[in-house]
Design a protein around this ligand. Structure first.
Ligand SMILES: CC(C)(COP(=O)(O)OP(=O)(O)OC[C@H]1O[C@@H](n2cnc3c(N)ncnc32)[C@H](O)[C@@H]1OP(=O)(O)O)[C@@H](O)C(=O)NCCC(=O)NCCS
Length: 149
């Protein structure tokens, strides 16, 4: 069964997610770093499962109605199946349920795939952070999705 499931991230997802994170980023999170999100009162982290395998995750923190996406990653072998869209939509739904004012994030300016993903979900470019990223050094595009009451 290849149906994609988006569920709250749990301890059982962590081993796979640490490996996926290392495949996706030059500065991956440790298992301890991911695990800490499970007990954070401001965090909302979701995992994607396909055919019983953990294939990605997305997470954000929300404080005083302002949400910040920390991570979105999908295993290279499971891309272009709508998994990241479903993960980010889960975060959007959670933010809306909690009456957030906006969700914001940074993305590498060269990351066309992620920029297209966020634009398709209603995130708008709102600014640039110079030299935000290292390894390799690059500017970040700031993108925000505003919720109007
Ligand atoms: C960016 C990333 C999360 C997308 O994951 P995904 O599951 O393949 O994305 P989806 O299948 O949900 O795609 C949703 C939309 O995003 C855009 N998109 C995704 N991958 C794309 C690509 N390679 N090229 C262009 N657009 C792309 C498309 O608009 C796509 O919609 P479509 O398939 O109907 O055209 C994935 O490539 C990834 O993990 N990259 C490495 C980590 C990363 O860059 N994370 C984001 C950091 S800010």
């Amino acid at each position: 069964m290849n149906e994609i499931q988006i569920v709250p991230m749990g301890e059982k997802h962590l081993d796979a997610l640490v490996k996926i994170d290392a495949l996706c980023f030059s500065d991956p999170w440790s298992r301890e770093g991911l695990k800490a999100e499970l007990s954070s009162s401001t965090a909302c982290f979701a995992a994607a499962q396909r055919a019983g395998e953990t294939v990605g995750c997305a997470g954000m923190h929300c404080i005083c109605g302002e949400c910040y996406i920390d991570k979105v990653c999908v295993h290279p072998g499971a891309r272009r199946m709508g998994i990241a869209r479903a993960l980010v939509q889960y975060l959007i739904d959670d933010a809306m349920k909690n009456h957030a004012e906006f969700i914001t994030l940074e993305v590498r300016q060269s990351n066309d795939a992620a920029i297209a993903l966020y634009a398709g979900l209603g995130f708008e470019p709102v600014g640039v952070r110079k030299n935000f990223y290292a390894a390799p050094k690059e500017d970040a595009l700031l993108m925000t999705k505003f919720f109007s009451e």
